[in-house]
Ligand binder design. Structure first.
Ligand code: PMV
Length: 326
């Protein structure tokens, strides 16, 4: 591809406020429950795809590091939906956040890949189709096409289990408390599969999470931040409870996670509305109203160093930037 035609897809990561946890169809990644997300302005992936003649397979660089066959095959499978056979490319991606540390790098990574592929191969797919194809790469990526809020609906029909933007007329932010940047011990896909197969709490989770997704939409419509925050916490805790009832049990949460949760509760008692959530890792994300960000950050700085605190507004939709900006 002529370098003047190169472009970079910039797509934001999302954090679920109602979690996706468990697939009813493994290969197609159809979720048992609907999930709702908040897209983060500060956390994103930039991806540029370069067509090069003479390649015999795809070449994938993540943060300037050449990836092995296993990682490259994952992206090749997604690219196959956009190109003619044997049209191999160089894919360059960079993450603004640590990779595979429960900071949702896979959500923006796979979504940036489909947006970049749609541009490079000129396939003119709609955002709904892109959400579907991102889902095949990583479930939560289906939600990253839209911001600041998206819902990924469960369905028995493959092509209907895609994400849509959701309206919510509240100005919210999320503060990410980076307690660990180590790669996950249990990948989310393995953790959720283990829970589907062995957790005695799994059916309870699915029923409750589907109800939570409906209730959350009601609170969002009503601009009821207090109930949104409370429900997010409840849903988070139930998701993590499923891991404790798996066989053998496991946990993504560490002592540092529980300390941060206690601090959030204390801050709340003292009058700043803040609510916690955690994903497949120990890091804590705190949902608040943007007007409270400064006061909340000040409180967090009493316990944590500045470099562990990332304040992020909600992000709107993805962008296509000119040239290679990875
Ligand atoms: O899309 P995956 O395979 O990275 O799974 C994401 C799972 C959670 O982050 C725990 C929840 C969610 O909905 O994002």
């Amino acid at each position: 591809m002529d370098s003047k035609n190169l472009a970079t897809a910039k797509v934001h990561a999302n954090i679920a406020i109602i979690k996706y946890w468990g697939k009813k169809e493994e290969k197609l990644k159809i979720p048992f429950n609907s999930s709702i997300s908040f897209t983060l302005d500060k956390f994103y992936t930039k991806t540029c795809i370069i067509k090069e003649k003479g390649l015999t397979k795809d070449v994938f660089y993540l943060n300037n590091v050449l990836q092995d066959d296993n990682e490259t095959q994952k992206i090749s499978k997604v690219l196959d939906h956009f190109r003619n056979k044997e049209e191999f490319v160089v894919v360059k991606s960079s993450n603004s956040m640590p990779t595979a540390a429960g900071l949702s790098s896979s959500s923006s990574g796979l979504a940036a890949l489909v947006v970049a592929a749609n541009y490079t191969f000129n396939t003119k797919k709609s955002d709904s189709e892109l959400s579907y194809l991102a889902r095949l790469g990583s479930g939560s990526a289906s939600r990253s096409l839209f911001g600041p809020f998206a819902i990924w609906k469960t369905s028995d029909i493959d092509h209907e289990a895609i994400a849509y933007p959701l309206d919510c007329d509240l100005d919210l932010s999320m503060i990410i408390l980076i307690l660990s940047v180590q790669k996950k011990e249990v990948l989310s896909r393995d953790g959720m599969k283990h829970c589907v197969e062995t957790s005695s709490l799994f059916n309870t989770w699915v029923e409750q999470a589907n109800r939570d997704a409906i209730t959350m939409q009601k609170y969002m419509k009503e601009k009821d931040f207090t109930n949104m925050g409370k429900l997010m916490e409840k849903n988070t805790l139930l998701m993590h409870e499923t891991t404790k009832y798996a066989n053998p049990p496991f946990s993504y949460l560490k002592n540092a996670t529980f300390e941060a949760i206690e601090l959030v509760k204390e801050i709340r008692k003292n009058g700043i509305e803040a609510y916690f959530t955690m994903d497949a890792g120990p890091n804590v994300k705190i949902l608040c109203q943007t007007k409270d960000c400064a006061a909340l950050t000040k409180k967090l700085l009493e316990k944590y160093p500045e470099e562990k605190i990332v304040v992020s507004k909600g992000a709107s939709n993805y962008e296509i930037l000119p040239g290679d900006q990875t």
